[in-house]
Design a protein around this ligand. Structure first.
Ligand code: AR6
Length: 174
């Protein structure tokens, strides 16, 4: 199992799945969500509507999977990060759940590679350093809980320099 950190655009990743930092409506938005929907094409929002018709809405910490349509990836895993509200409203637990449940969905489909954006660190204002600590800790815990997983690469795709530097430093410290 390889943990990789790159600087780049998640819509260009050729991993089996890419993860979207969505909102509870799953109908698209700004940031990485907007970029993913634009690149995937309008079928993605139709697939999300079908999911929402079944589940009502996607709460913070939950994740769902759809095909990726025009993207190079095969699947999009849509997860809803917490809005940062001071840190004592379960934000770290909800963020951890985003990573954990996304990995569970990928493993349930026997996927081998997955790419994550830095969930909640844009419009939802989760402090970047704390978010990276939660992401790396959770992914490591998940790997230990499921050592026979199909997954062989987990890629963190950082879009901004600050996140990229934080992830590189935290991984070096390990
Ligand atoms: N590839 C990879 N990462 C990206 C890209 C990209 N193309 N574009 C932005 N990022 P954000 P959130 C990074 O705001 O904080 C949407 O409106 C960005 O630098 O996209 O979870 C949703 O609909 C940042 O580090 O997501 C929700 O309403 C990270 O992606 C809300 O925003 C996350 O920033 C979710 O907010």
């Amino acid at each position: 199992m390889e943990l990789k950190v790159i600087k780049g655009d998640i819509t260009k990743q050729t991993t089996d799945a890419i993860v979207n930092a969505a909102n509870s409506s799953l109908l698209g938005g700004g940031g990485v969500d907007g970029a993913i929907h634009r690149a995937a094409g309008p079928e993605l929002v139709d697939a999300c509507r079908t999911v929402i018709a079944r589940i009502g809405s996607c709460s913070p910490g939950e994740a769902v999977i759809t095909p990726a349509f025009n993207l190079p990836a095969k699947y999009v895993i849509h997860t809803v990060g917490p809005v940062w509200n001071g840190g004592d409203k379960q934000e770290p637990n909800k963020l951890a759940s985003c990573y954990w449940k996304s990995l569970d969905l990928a493993a349930a489909k026997d996927l081998e590679t997955i790419a994550f954006p830095n969930i909640s660190t844009g419009i939802y204002r989760f402090p970047k350093e704390k978010a990276a600590e939660v992401a790396l800790y959770t992914v490591n815990e998940w790997m230990q809980a499921d050592p026979d997983t199909s997954l062989r690469e987990i890629r963190f795709v950082c879009f901004d320099d600050e996140n990229y530097e934080i992830y590189q430093r935290l991984l070096d410290e390990k």
